[in-house]
Design a protein around this ligand. Structure first.
Ligand SMILES: [Zn+2]
Length: 268
């Protein structure tokens, strides 16, 4: 899945907002949120000179991803940072940016992001504070699932021993990924278990896992769309996100639609 410090099968958009090659392989992962609602918008901004910021990978709300910086090169995501005796996390960590608007404000029955978009109550995580109630936008199941897979892949290639939120290493200055992000669950699930452990964990979730039974299976971005390059091969595992007549919307490294008859549902 990783060659020359890049994820295979994931689009690479090179950011110029980078430092040197790291002195040793990355040993920590830092989680951020983008503060917006779009993967493309996040990628464009983090590749823009004006941003003076970047991340190694951006993960969208449907679990789609883009990589901006090779994993052995310093990305500018953490800034001034200190945690458990370590500082300057950019020098030894992989920065992952999750597309998420962050904190929301209640407006009538809806919840509004700072950039004006509203979210339904079903997306909101309510957090009680001393004097008031805060509203944060939840992270989607496919996004969390994609992040877990990514972290496991990174753990297999790099000596990762720390998973932290930006707010932990830059307290007072940063609030991402915020209380809606299941940081403790992730640490418990990913930092001490193997791949099978993750699959066991996933079986408890609502997402059905399937396996491709055709020799090669076309995947399309919409049901009537043209097949993408690189069909799925027999035995490939896919998460089934949605069903529509003869079709499943699946998640592999990205989402797309496939013919149902060529996917076998796996036992829960
Ligand atoms: Zn951040």
């Amino acid at each position: 899945m990783i060659a020359s410090h890049r994820l295979k099968d994931i689009p690479f958009h090179e950011s110029i907002n980078v430092g040197e090659v790291m002195e040793s392989l990355p040993s920590a992962i830092v989680i951020h949120y983008s503060g917006n609602d779009s993967l493309a918008g996040t990628v464009n901004w983090l590749c823009d000179k004006q941003a003076r910021a970047s991340a190694h990978v951006v993960v969208g709300e449907e679990g789609e991803m883009a990589q901006l910086v090779p994993f052995n090169q310093v990305a500018w995501h953490a800034g001034k940072s200190k945690y458990k005796g370590k500082s300057n996390f950019n020098n030894f960590s992989i920065g992952i940016e999750l597309v998420n608007p962050g904190k929301l404000v209640r407006v009538g029955d809806e919840y509004q992001a700072w950039f004006g978009k509203t979210y339904p109550a079903s997306r909101v995580v309510k957090v009680e504070t001393k004097n008031s109630q805060e509203y944060w936008c939840s992270y989607s199941i496919p996004q969390i699932q994609a992040l877990k897979e990514l972290i496991l892949v990174l753990k297999r290639h790099y000596p990762i021993n720390m998973l932290v939120g930006h707010e932990e290493i830059s307290p007072g200055r940063k609030v991402d990924p915020g209380p809606a992000f299941p940081l403790e669950d992730m640490r418990r699930q990913l930092m001490d278990i193997d791949r099978d452990g993750l699959l066991n964990e996933t079986e408890k979730s609502d997402i059905q896992l399937g396996e491709v039974i055709a020799q090669q299976l076309n995947i399309r971005s919409s049901i009537r769309g043209v097949p993408r390059k690189g069909p799925l091969k027999r035995g490939k595992r896919v998460w089934i996100l949605e069903e529509s007549n003869d079709w499943y919307k699946v998640f592999v490294e990205e989402t797309g639609w496939v013919k149902k008859e060529f996917v076998k549902l796996l036992d829960k």
